[in-house]
Design a protein around this ligand. Structure first.
Ligand SMILES: [Zn+2]
Length: 383
């Protein structure tokens, strides 16, 4: 993994690069950030950078013998530890990360921004109780006690130390006084799920969520497909690159067309057409309904922004901006806030498993009433 393959993150990259260049490597570091913020790719890029024998100011070279291995995640001095479940044919307490290294390397190549759900899903083990067990901790102590194989340093990347639970205490001594030339990189999402005794022994690097522009540029470079709307996906992902990658893999759904049609039908309140739309939405399934509502919230927040500032929102594409402009005669700030409120409530109801037909019909009528209060009897909503 190269630093240049991770969009944005200038502050985090600068911190890591300058520490390595000035030989100020902390023995144990915690890369902490919300799900999908890129803490694991940063740790991977950092490990390659530390081991690279021909690194430059901003990245590892990619061609030295260390890079050839570390970039494929097969360097013998880079050890991985991560939550696992029972391996077929083995007892759970005998299963460790080593048993899943092949799958681990595959997913890192495919999506290094993964979360625990993505990881377990890739193993077809969504329902497994993942953890990092006693045997794993014993093996880590053993591995890091060995001499390095090829490089000056050995690196342990432990992903999701949240899953250590009390076993983490077995690693305290190691984290406090690692063997010579050993760097421990913990990569986590939830600070309060990590043992305090570990937290107090590590150098903390806070990894901020990706910006909208970061996500968009990454998608354009790696995933763009003609019928997918990168603006829409970047907005929906809300800084979580793992979500963005999943959205690109879903069947392309045009949320903006569905939203604008919803507003039209809600405004017209024509029963046959409206129930057709509602029945269609009911078939979408919960995840897609949530994405749709998330998109609606994004659109109206940006619309509200342009109403209050009199500027076009840069987070809406041209098509959305043209719709937004047509809406200004119909939806003022107060009406927009009411619609945002309805969408928020609707999102909560979808999450609580409400009946989608009843829910979306009721909310269509609510939105229709908000819209019509302003222009009763006029059918100006034609986009
Ligand atoms: Zn290199």
């Amino acid at each position: 993994m190269y630093f240049k393959d991770i969009p944005g993150k200038e502050r985090e990259k600068h911190f890591l690069l300058s520490n390595a260049q000035e030989d100020r490597l902390a023995h144990a570091q915690l890369f902490l950030g919300r799900t999908g913020s890129g803490q694991l790719p940063l740790a991977l890029a950092f490990a390659s950078y530390i081991l690279c024998t021909d690194r430059n100011e901003s990245d590892s070279c990619g061609t030295c013998s260390a890079c050839l291995k570390s970039h494929k995640f097969i360097h013998p001095d880079v050890h991985f530890s991560f939550p696992v479940v029972k391996k077929d044919g083995k007892n759970r307490n005998e299963t460790t990360s080593n048993d899943f290294l092949v799958e681990w390397r595959q997913i890192l190549k495919k999506n290094p921004f993964l979360d625990i759900k993505t990881w377990l899903h890739s193993l077809n083990l969504e329902n497994g109780q993942a953890n990092i067990n006693v045997k794993e901790c014993t093996e880590i102590v053993k591995k890091l006690g060995l001499k390095t194989f090829e490089s000056d340093y050995k690196v342990l990347i432990m992903w999701m130390p949240e899953y250590l639970r009390n076993e983490g205490n077995r690693l305290l001594k190691l984290i406090e006084e690692p063997p010579e030339n050993t760097i421990i990189l913990l990569v986590a999402e939830k600070q309060d799920a990590i043992l305090n005794t570990i937290l107090s022994r590590v150098q903390l690097l806070k990894v901020h969520p990706f910006t909208y522009e970061d996500v968009k540029s990454y998608l354009i470079e790696n995933y763009e497909h003609p019928d997918q709307d990168t603006d829409q996906i970047a907005a929906l992902a809300a800084g979580n690159m793992n979500s963005a990658i999943h959205l690109t893999e879903q069947d392309s759904v045009n949320y903006s067309d569905a939203l604008f049609q919803w507003l039209r039908e809600s405004y017209k309140m024509e029963p046959v057409e409206l129930s057709k739309w509602v029945n269609e939405m009911a078939k979408w399934g919960r995840e897609n309904q949530k994405n749709f509502l998330e998109y609606g919230l994004h659109f109206f927040r940006e619309y509200l922004f342009s109403l209050t500032t009199n500027r076009n929102s840069v987070r809406l594409n041209e098509y959305e901006q043209s719709i937004a402009q047509k809406m200004t005669s119909l939806l003022d700030i107060s009406k927009t806030e009411q619609i945002i409120h309805i969408l928020n409530e609707c999102m909560g109801a979808v999450e609580r498993n409400a009946n989608p037909k009843i829910l979306f019909l009721a909310d269509s009528l609510a939105i229709g009433r908000v819209m019509r209060n302003m222009h009763v009897g006029e059918n100006i909503y034609q986009v």
